[in-house]
Design a protein around this ligand. Structure first.
Ligand code: HEC
Length: 307
């Protein structure tokens, strides 16, 4: 502080000899001009600080801020080197197909994406053929329907957004392909949302077709609780509890949003191994190349003049 005042007032307090008498004398000799300058500095500092505090206090509190943050769950694919649980992806696809697909589209996913991840090629072909896809126009200019192929995208349950809203009390069920990275809290949020339905607390009024979920911003969500214990039966015999269904569908949704997840981590690991090896080689080369410059000795030999 003394240095700051000293600099600001050009009095050179720090340079003064450290005797009490001397310093006192220096302070007493403040001119009125200097005093004004100090007053200006402190005045503007106080004003600036006041402005910052005022801006911070003027932030409004939104009702949507009153949202329950989901806890962090130990997902088995969250670690730096951990792959997705593929059994879980397979079960999650079953949950999506039998429960969520009634209302939610996943239009960026094709049947061919399922091959070698969720099922074999033959199974995926059979799966695609179960769906009816609108194609066309044919040579008469008409649209026609045909069984699905591997190259087809998943069909949407509704023709357009308006139809989707009309069927769900005005709420729009979003496409689920990229929903996991699209929501704050990601997997933890979707899991908590699916398992977090509760009775509305006293004082909370819901409109018709709304349900109470403390994890949804605002609390009132247009989606009814979709998962219950034993709502479906898993092909692999895993007990289909609500939390198991939610965990599996969330793992499936993470895979859908990021099918390259496992390859990305594998390549990351390879890159780290190769780069750490190269780092050692680079360090050695650097030392080697600079050794001549760094070990040279400069000597000054004063010239000798003849008298
Ligand atoms: C009966 C129809 C229906 C079913 C079945 C359904 N949902 Fe929904 N879902 C909706 C509607 C409607 C909304 C929009 C809610 C809103 O905006 O208030 C929604 C919203 C969502 C959201 C977005 C929440 C947000 O933060 O915006 C997610 C995630 C979601 N559903 C996941 C699922 C999953 C996973 C399943 C299957 C287990 C599922 N839903 C089953 C109708 C449904």
């Amino acid at each position: 502080m003394a240095a700051f005042v000293g600099r600001a007032t050009k009095q050179g307090l720090l340079r003064a000899k450290p005797t009490l008498l001397n310093q006192q004398a220096t302070f007493i000799s403040f001119s009125s001009k200097t005093k004004k300058r100090v007053a200006w500095i402190f005045g503007s500092l106080a004003l600036g600080g006041g402005a910052v505090v005022a801006t911070a206090l003027a932030q409004p509190a939104f009702a949507s801020d009153l949202v329950l943050h989901p806890p962090h769950y130990p997902w088995n694919h969250k670690g730096l080197l951990q792959a997705l649980d593929h059994g879980s992806i397979r079960r999650g696809y079953q949950v999506y197909k039998q429960v969520c697909a009634a209302c939610h589209s996943m239009q960026y996913l094709c049947y061919r994406n399922l091959v070698n991840v969720i099922m074999t090629e033959e199974e995926a072909k059979a799966e695609a053929e179960e769906a009816t896809i609108e194609d066309g126009p044919n040579e008469n200019g008409d649209m026609y329907e045909r069984p699905g192929k591997l190259s087809d995208h998943f069909p949407s349950p509704y023709k357009n957004e308006e139809q989707a809203r009309a069927a769900n009390n005005g709420a729009y069920p979003p496409d689920l392909t990229y929903i996991v990275p699209a929501r704050h809290g990601q997997e933890d949020y979707i899991f908590s949302l699916l398992t977090g339905y509760a009775e509305p607390p006293a004082g909370v009024k819901l409109m018709e077709g709304q349900h109470y979920n403390p994890y949804f911003p605002g609390g009132a969500i247009g989606m009814a609780e979709a998962l219950y214990n034993e709502i479906i039966e898993y092909d692999d015999g895993t007990p289909a509890t609500q939390s198991q269904l939610a965990k599996d569908v969330v793992t499936f949704l993470r895979w859908a949003a990021e099918p390259e997840h496992d390859t990305r981590k594998l390549y990351g690991l390879r890159a780290m191994i190769i780069c750490s090896f190269l780092l050692g080689v680079t360090y050695y080369m650097k030392r080697h190349k600079w050794s001549v410059l760094k070990t040279r000795k400069l000597a000054f030999k004063p010239p000798t003049y003849k008298k």
